[in-house]
Ligand binder design. Structure first.
Ligand code: S3P
Length: 436
């Protein structure tokens, strides 16, 4: 797709906004709702392309999903054994979460499945999920380690104790989903705590999950009960506007109803370390996922060495951290972040190339980068079809010396439908150009 953004310099970011629903939680609401017994009513669902791929897949497997409006759905769950074989391959589009979580879920079904994806997803590693699923008794074939993925059903799974070799919530979640069907306990040791939305949602559906430090374990009860869920605004989407508010020189931005799950808030801690003027007001209501309000004012950011322990807690926000670092005073070191090379693009090399084309001095490292703060020149960025790269540069470009063009932006719709109009509404001078 050749759609692009043009951004012109601006100084003021102001207003009160909400961002679309959390992508990770929306995927899980569909998958777990589908295998729960009875209705799961979901408000705040994200109608982005990634979650719509998951929605199409559960429908293709015989689950009735009522869509009352763009963000309100009812999943009519058919219980743990209610899914039926789809008539063809299930297309996961751009979504690593959809593919990896479905690998765990479908390994345990009484039918075979094939999972495919777009060009970007077809380059991403899937053996990290297939290997432990095979230890549980699953039969799965990848294509040289990547999609398409072929799953043979009708296998009896057994629980395993497994040390995750990478900090990955997708891997952990895939194994927990398979564990719902396994004989014996599924016990997973994480090298670092990762987002725990699957665990929280399982508990809200009546399936206990234990956590002891970095070890998560599940003993299948054989039943999930449908429930009502409210999906908070996606902190990963709000983060672009938090950065926009920091980089502005005037105004105050309030972002309401944002998810504040502590396994996701690493970006707020990183920006605070860099000197952001940021207020976090947790709401007091008691739901499965913490939510609250963010209030951001302009600030002067300073370069820092990003503490590696914050990396898994901010894993999707690193394109933004690179931009923040490029516009901060002094040097920033990102390390311990080699996983960034396996996202929708190789986010280390794509961000380094983008920063250089706007005149920033940066050294690429195997697991991060050393970035010397400066000022963006006018220029053109290739986002390589990576939604978060495109949105991060869009926000940073407001502070450039002249117009910036960002290429290959169609995938912004995978996670943030309405990004351009919401960005314009709070003051960014951004224009979307349709591809020809
Ligand atoms: C996600 C986990 C993370 C994250 C992705 C969403 C999830 O991936 O980058 O955007 O919903 O579980 P990894 O598990 O590969 O780190």
């Amino acid at each position: 797709m050749s759609s692009s953004f043009t951004i012109r310099p601006s100084r003021r970011v102001t207003g009160t906004m909400r961002v679309p629903g959390d992508k990770s939680i929306s995927h899980r609401a569909l998958m777990l709702g589908a295998i729960a017994s009875g209705k799961t009513r979901v408000s705040g669902f994200l109608p982005g392309e990634d979650c719509m791929a998951t929605l199409s897949a559960v429908r293709a497997m015989g689950i009735d999903v009522e869509q009352h409006d763009a963000t309100t759905i009812t999943v009519n769950g058919k219980g743990l054994h209610g899914l039926r074989a789809a008539s063809g391959a299930l297309d996961m589009g751009n979504s690593g979460t959809a593919m990896r979580l479905f690998m765990g879920l479908l390994a345990a079904q009484g039918f075979d499945s094939e999972l495919t994806g777009d060009e970007s997803l077809s380059r991403r590693p899937m053996e990290r999920v297939a290997v432990p699923l095979r230890l549980m008794g699953a039969e799965i074939n990848t294509t040289d380690g990547k999609p398409p993925v072929y799953i043979s059903g009708r296998r009896k799974l057994r629980g395993i104790r497994y040390d995750l070799p990478v900090a990955s919530a997708q891997l952990k979640s895939a194994l927990l989903l398979a564990g719902l069907y396994a004989d014996g306990d599924t016990v997973l040791a994480e090298p670092a705590v990762t987002r725990d939305h699957t665990e929280r949602m399982l508990v809200s559906l009546g399936q206990p999950v234990r956590r002891d430090g970095q070890v998560v374990s599940l003993s299948a009860t054989g039943q999930l009960n449908g429930t009502d869920m409210s999906v908070p605004g996606d902190l990963s989407s709000a983060a672009f506007f938090v950065l926009a508010g920091c980089l502005a020189t005037e105004g105050e931005l309030v972002i309401d109803n944002v998810g504040l799950n502590p396994t996701r808030t690493g970006i707020l801690r990183i920006l605070e370390l860099m000197g952001a003027d940021l207020r976090v007001e947790p709401a007091t209501d008691n739901c499965a996922e913490p939510v609250g309000r963010l209030i951001v004012r302009p600030s002067v950011l300073q370069g820092v060495a990003i503490p590696p322990e914050l990396v898994p807690l901010a894993i999707d926000e690193f394109p933004m951290v690179f931009v923040a670092a490029a516009l901060a005073h002094g040097e920033t070191l990102v390390s311990g972040a080699a996983e960034l090379r396996h996202k929708e693009s190789d986010r280390i090399s794509v961000m380094v190339a983008g920063l250089r084309s706007l005149g920033i001095e940066v050294d690429e490292l195997p697991d991060g980068a050393r970035i010397r703060g400066g000022r963006f020149s006018s220029g053109t960025i290739d986002s390589h079809g990576d939604h978060r790269v495109a949105m991060s540069f869009a926000v940073g470009a407001a502070r450039a010396a002249g117009p910036v063009q960002i290429l290959d932006t169609a995938n912004v719709a995978t996670s943030f439908p309405g990004f351009v109009s919401q960005a314009s509404a709070v003051g960014l001078a951004i224009e979307a150009n349709a591809g020809g």
